[in-house]
Design a protein around this ligand. Structure first.
Ligand SMILES: NC(=O)c1ccc[n+]([C@@H]2O[C@H](COP(=O)([O-])OP(=O)(O)OC[C@H]3O[C@@H](n4cnc5c(N)ncnc54)[C@H](O)[C@@H]3O)[C@@H](O)[C@H]2O)c1
Ligand SMILES: O=P(O)(O)OC[C@H](O)CO
Length: 432
């Protein structure tokens, strides 16, 4: 007999299992595929064993310093499709070299095939590519699928500032939660211990009263209320498609089962309900990490970096309260891995920090450093700084966020990294 009872998970009473697809295969996408691939093997009563990972296809030549390089092999003498290399070598030689992937990870170049029949979609790609990626699978996914966004960024458009959990949910008509934490991918992939935060809070529903899609975290709710207009999320409630309940043949996707998908001995998961707080912590710390890299690149030392981090976490909390007040909790920023811990690790060894530091030390643009250093990986802080600023400016509130504004202005050449202390001081004085 099929049941929705939480107590039945893992007892083999459900006739179907969840199929998981990973949408993205970069440095973090491939790391999360490894985590998920290992966990589905350990929970065969809940999950199908094959995990499909969508790869944005490209040709790649195995470098001579790779352990896979063999001058006599045709695999190494000419470029090959990345999917063929991943499936043949069980390693993402370009984006996560040196890390063995479980054999149940199967790389697919065709997105529609990768997500076919998946009841759990894990979105993990640089944020600038998510809109187009989602549009291409509208109507091609299981209607009652559930999503988890591992993306660190925000989607700014004419109607406001959206979380990716929201924009994915709205575009695909599904519920989407978020995973974010102090998680430098290479460390997690090497199975060095870290923590992460998974926010999952689907609306309660039954078949008689299905919930609307588009989870109500949107900043547009608060902003349009401030402006006296009809909240965007209210429109969604009355007009949008309805969220499909998960059929009872499948194991329920409550916190305990979601945790089984991501928790590893080296990757400890804390489950929470605050999807907005988890998403914003991951997005906004990338902006702060640029400033931390710049002051470090100037040779100003750890005290300067700590000052940037202090102001950064305050602006993260302020942003959440100002634009996502209905759903964020301050504690998510101050107590969870996705908040202060991610800020610290990102300002110590993240790519945004490292590239910003090099750009000051070498007097080169950060774009130039990104292209030279990251082998196709993408910085998220630079575009997020522009997007957050555009949103704040539209709202007339950029002066309440002097550090975020300073980062954007430095990227634009309006200010220089050495101006950061004065810009913060000035901003704080104005708010007193
Ligand atoms: N790398 C990390 O340490 C880390 C850790 C935690 C979270 N994150 C977040 O995870 C998300 C994904 O980051 P990542 O590290 O996996 O990516 P990445 O920086 O390694 O980016 C490379 C990926 O982008 C893909 N790509 C390039 N052009 C594309 C296109 N036009 N369309 C679709 N995909 C394209 C490449 O195929 C590759 O898979 C980001 O939001 C990032 O902030 C990263
Ligand atoms: O390398 P970054 O700067 O993209 O940061 C990586 C992770 O987000 C750290 O948690």
């Amino acid at each position: 007999m099929a049941s929705n009872s939480n107590n039945n998970a893992g007892l083999g009473v459900h006739s179907k299992k969840h199929r998981v697809a990973i949408v993205g295969s970069g440095n973090w996408g491939t790391t999360i595929a490894k985590v998920v691939g290992e966990n589905v093997q350990e929970n065969p009563d809940l999950f199908e064993q094959e995990v499909r990972m969508w790869v944005f296809e490209e040709e790649y030549s195995i470098p001579k310093n790779s352990k896979h390089y063999d001058a006599g092999s045709s695999l190494c003498t000419k470029p090959h499709k990345l999917t063929e290399l991943i499936n043949g070598l069980h390693e993402n030689v370009k984006y996560l070299p040196g890390i063995a992937l479980p054999q149940n990870i199967v790389a697919h170049p065709d997105l529609a095939t990768a997500v076919q029949d998946a009841t759990i979609l894990v979105f993990n790609l640089p944020h600038q590519f998510i809109a187009k990626t989602c549009q291409s699978i509208v109507g091609k996914i299981v209607p009652y699928a559930r999503g988890i966004s591992c993306i660190k960024g925000v989607a700014v458009n004419d109607s406001g500032c959206e979380l990716f959990s929201e924009s994915i949910g709205r575009e695909l008509g599904i519920y989407c939660g978020a995973l974010s934490g102090a998680n430098i991918a290479n460390e997690v992939a090497q199975e060095k211990w870290s923590e992460t935060t998974v926010a999952y809070d689907p609306p309660k529903m039954d078949s008689k009263h299905p919930s609307p899609v588009g989870t109500p975290h949107a900043s547009s709710l608060d902003l349009t209320q401030l402006n006296g207009a009809e909240p965007e999320s209210k429109k969604l409630k009355t007009s949008g498609p309805k969220l499909q309940p998960l059929p009872s043949e499948f194991p329920p996707l409550h916190h305990a089962n979601m945790k089984k998908l991501f928790h590893r001995p080296y990757f400890h998961v804390r489950m929470v309900h605050d999807v907005a707080g988890v998403s914003l912590g991951g997005a906004l710390k990338n902006v702060v990490a640029l400033a931390a890299g710049w002051v470090d690149g100037l040779g100003w030392g750890d005290n300067a970096k700590a000052a940037v981090m202090r102001v950064g976490i305050m602006e993260e909390v302020r942003f959440g309260k100002a634009f996502f007040s209905a759903s964020t909790r301050t504690e998510t920023f101050t107590e969870e891995s996705c908040g202060v811990a991610d800020l610290i690790t990102s300002c110590s060894g993240g790519r945004n920090f490292r590239c910003a530091k090099m750009s000051v030390a070498e007097g080169k643009s950060i774009d130039e450093i990104e292209a030279r250093e990251l082998n196709g990986q993408k910085l998220q802080g630079t575009s997020t700084a522009h997007e957050v600023y555009a949103f704040l400016k539209k709202e007339g509130r950029e002066r309440e966020f002097p550090l975020f504004t300073a980062v954007r202005n430095i990227l634009e050449g309006v200010n220089e990294p050495k101006d950061i202390p004065d810009l913060i001081e000035e901003g704080q004085r104005e708010m007193e």
